[in-house]
Design a protein around this ligand. Structure first.
Ligand code: NCD
Ligand code: ZN
Length: 394
């Protein structure tokens, strides 16, 4: 398996021979314009810094496992380190009824490697014709853990999403009544709203009105990417929480766009300015229970990413825990990693923390992650933060 460092460093030197080692490279994964990020990313090496930590087995509160050959290939990557995951329902066609979710859950269980310690938590895709009784029955049976709201057209496979929010009001009211969580892809889709503003505008125009009209509705703002979202969560009560992805803690929009476009950093919501990334890191490492991990690991094959109209999605299931250890260590907050990855999510979803544990160890050599995983549909490139990852799940 090629090591990330081995792949990146020769490229850095080949393209920018005058760049000092480790200063980053705009044409590759580590733009020089982000010297500040690079410094922030260098873990402080002090004699007392822990080099081994044990956490309750983490959960992933937002993952795309897909179906068929792709499911077969990516599920083991999630099941290796995670005890449970909220499974996104944006298949084609989407998972809209409890019967669809039962069938999808069974396909996931059938694809699990033998002996895996992993439970899928199923979601329903909210449409304008969702039946409140079906959803309530799915929740009562213990199968359905959340309902996913995609504004129509916001992201990959969201064509069946909601256009007219008044049409889903009865469903939302029922959810508030029974305590079923609404997971929200928080971006407006209006063509006149700039893509970098779509999350902030969604909060004002859609989310806040929905929450005010539906008191008691439990909401997860998924994969938040802005300081606006962090501030909105902080300004509200415990019915509202937010998941944060691995990659949004590590990249900003310069990483995506400076020195050449990096299709493997393109996802939705798109990475924002550095000030927003810093707000996410602060929220994730603060210990505030309302912020937890949702990787949004979203595999697309390389041909689909590296195309004239490339798909949105970052695949990070394989190395998320190594990435998070890096980020939390750099903040001097390794003691907050268990909260973010293992405890705050279950608290929001009113589930117990996993009893099993995982241990992360800091290595003297970069942890060997593959550049890609092979799937029956083609290769899928793994998220590469652009610097070596020294932590490994042992
Ligand atoms: C997701 C996908 O590929 O399904 N893509 C992404 O960029 N995050 C959809 C989503 O969660 O928005
Ligand atoms: Zn997603």
């Amino acid at each position: 398996m090629p090591q990330i460092a081995a792949q990146i460093k020769p490229l850095v030197r080949a393209v920018h021979p005058r760049l000092p080692r480790g200063s980053g490279d705009p044409s590759q994964m580590q733009p020089a314009a982000l010297g500040k990020l690079r410094q922030n990313s260098e873990p402080a090496m002090t004699a007392s810094a822990p080099t081994r930590i044990t956490l309750p087995r983490p959960d992933d509160w937002h993952v795309h496992l897909r179906d068929g050959a792709m499911l077969q290939a990516v599920l083991p990557e999630t099941a290796r380190d995670f005890g449970r995951a909220i499974i996104m329902p944006n298949l084609v066609p989407p998972v809209v009824t409890t019967a669809d979710a039962v069938a999808y859950r069974d396909r996931i269980l059938a694809a699990l490697p033998q002996g895996a310690d992993f439970a899928p938590l199923m979601t329903l895709y909210l449409t304008e014709t969702t039946d409140p009784d079906d959803l309530a029955a799915g929740f009562a049976s213990g199968l359905i853990q959340a309902v996913k709201l995609y504004p129509a057209g916001a992201t990959t496979n969201s064509a069946s999403g909601v256009r007219d929010f008044d049409k889903v009001r009865p469903v939302l009211e029922r959810m508030a009544e029974i305590g079923l969580t609404l997971c929200v892809h928080g971006e407006v889709t209006d063509s006149d709203i700039d893509i970098f503003d779509r999350e902030a505008v969604f909060i004002d125009r859609v989310l806040d009105p929905i929450r005010k009209a539906t008191p008691g509705l439990r909401v997860t703002m998924e994969h938040v990417t802005t300081k606006n979202a962090v501030d909105y969560v902080r300004a509200n009560d415990d019915d509202l929480a937010a998941s944060i992805t691995t990659h949004h803690l590590m990249i900003n929009r310069n990483h995506l766009l400076v020195g050449g476009i990096k299709p493997h950093y393109y996802c939705l919501p798109v990475a924002k300015r550095e000030e927003h990334r810093l707000a996410l890191v602060e929220a994730a490492t603060s210990g505030d229970k309302r912020f937890f991990l949702g990787t949004d690991s979203a595999p697309h094959t390389d041909p689909n990413k590296l195309s004239e109209c490339g798909c949105a999605g970052v695949f990070s299931a394989t190395n998320t825990m190594a990435c998070l250890a890096h980020v939390f260590e750099a903040e001097g907050a390794l003691d907050k990693l268990a909260g973010f990855a293992s405890e705050n999510g279950p608290a929001h979803y009113k589930l117990p923390v996993n009893q099993a544990t995982i241990t992360l160890e800091k290595q003297t050599d970069p942890a060997p992650f593959p550049a890609q995983i092979q799937t029956g549909e083609g290769p899928v490139t793994l998220f590469n933060p652009g610097y070596p990852l020294m932590w490994r799940v042992v």
